[in-house]
Design a protein around this ligand. Structure first.
Ligand SMILES: [Zn+2]
Length: 434
């Protein structure tokens, strides 16, 4: 992409309500813009990142034997009446009426709809197990939407649902999904922990959360420094006051606060702040029983499906990458999530030699399927460099005055290091780095 043709409206100022780095930088760097309270548009750079994350999620789920579907975003209220959740979901579930006064819901989750889809279509134990998922828009009418993509009202979520003939098989799938989720978050380049969790409004027994470690995280988790034990404090502390007090604390404050329950492995436990990006639940037959969704077992006897459900906050992940990877100058994308891997900066667009080399490299990298941006704008070098740091391209090739001596620079966003490379070596060097 040529920067002169791109739609990347960068700004110096962030909106006053944007207190978190991801909220500030994603708006300032032109990835997203706010449409209304808790509602965001994804501009071209934001859309690229979102699609990259979506693709990795899909690839790993498909590899694990899941099948993608797409359910209607609008669902009839009758479905929610039958499971009893039209009462329990409260005001977070937005209800709308059509011209015939029929009541509908903008889906906040889809357990009921998926059970209806599978019911009467899967009738025998021989058709099980089954794991269906979608990556689709969700709506939750948060009382106080804030923190940009981290707590919006409309968001993109992966929600998956599995159906089984036995509890043992459901637990096998639950464990498979835990491993699959670990692969997804590892591929995205995130530092994360899997923790035991409270099942909340979804219901069910066993449940685990996946947290991206970040100072700005809303949740407080306890992790062991020696084994992979981790738990949300909601599962450890009983008093609401104690939980709220811990959640209010900053990171720095949590570090000072000691915790006296050593881990069973003998390791030390400590508090961390986390952003919940995934949640997996063992549901049992809660929804299948309520919605009378049965299959025939080996003896021809009807039984409700054993179910599990699996969520990933896809648009939330865009912000989580930045909460974990940024500095005072802007975004630092991981290699798997960067909108463009390489930015070629022509310092002085009037310099024919600089422009010629920039164009040549641009063509060559594109031919090699490298995602590359060519900054061919007439603006000053300092301005363009600030812009590149704000957006967070992993590598910027700077073609400037040193070209007279046969040299160009490669600026690495993460380390802020500049290395000089001979012009004839630049292509092989950048291919080696990426
Ligand atoms: Zn331990």
């Amino acid at each position: 992409m040529r920067r002169s043709r791109a739609f990347i409206p960068t700004t110096k100022e962030a909106p006053s309500e944007a207190t978190l780095p991801s909220h500030q930088f994603l708006i300032r760097a032109g990835f997203i813009n706010q449409q209304g309270a808790g509602l965001y548009n994804f501009m071209p750079l934001g859309k690229i990142v979102l699609e990259k994350i979506r693709a990795i999620v899909k690839e790993e789920l498909d590899r694990a034997g899941c099948s993608e579907v797409q359910l209607s975003f609008v669902t009839p209220i009758g479905l929610w009446d039958r499971s009893g959740r039209s009462d329990t979901m409260g005001k977070e579930m937005l209800r709308i009426s059509d011209r015939h006064q029929n009541e509908f819901v903008l889906s906040p989750t889809n357990e009921e709809a998926i059970v209806e889809l599978v019911k009467n279509r899967v009738t025998s134990y021989k058709d099980l197990p089954l794991n269906l998922y979608q990556i689709n828009t969700k709506f939750r009418d948060e009382a106080r939407p804030r923190y940009g993509l981290l707590r919006g009202r409309e968001f993109l979520m992966k929600d998956g649902y599995s159906f089984h003939a036995s509890t043992e098989d459901m637990i096998r799938e639950f464990n498979l999904m835990e491993e699959t989720y670990k692969k997804i978050f590892t591929r995205l380049g995130l530092d994360f922990r899997v923790v035991a969790a409270d099942s909340g409004a979804i219901g069910g027994t066993g449940s685990k959360e996946f947290h991206v470690l970040a100072d700005s995280g809303e949740d407080t988790i306890v992790i062991c420094d020696a084994c992979d034990y981790g738990a949300n404090i909601e599962t450890i502390f009983e008093s609401e006051e104690e939980i709220d007090a811990l959640n209010e604390m900053s990171y720095e404050e949590l570090q000072i606060k000691s915790i006296d329950e050593k881990c069973s492995c003998g390791g030390n436990l400590s508090f961390k702040k986390g952003i919940e990006v995934g949640h997996i639940f063992q549901l049992g037959d809660k929804y299948s029983s309520a919605l009378e969704a049965n299959f025939n077992d080996e003896n021809g006897k009807p039984r409700p499906f054993e179910m599990a459900t699996f969520g990933i906050g896809v648009s939330r992940l865009v912000a989580s990458v930045i909460e974990q990877n940024h500095d005072e100058n802007g975004c630092i994308w991981t290699k798997a999530t960067a909108p463009y891997m390489v930015n070629i900066m022509i310092s002085n667009i009037k310099d024919e030699a600089q422009t010629a080399l920039g164009e040549e490299l641009y063509e060559k990298l594109q031919t090699s399927h490298v995602e590359v941006m060519l900054d061919d704008r007439k603006d000053r070098f300092g301005f363009k460099m600030k812009d590149a740091e704000l957006i967070g391209f992993p590598y910027t090739i700077i073609i400037g005055k040193e070209l007279e001596n046969g040299l160009v620079q490669i600026f690495e966003r993460k380390t802020k290091e500049n290395i000089s490379v001979k012009t004839e070596d630049i292509y092989s060097k950048i291919m080696e780095l990426i």
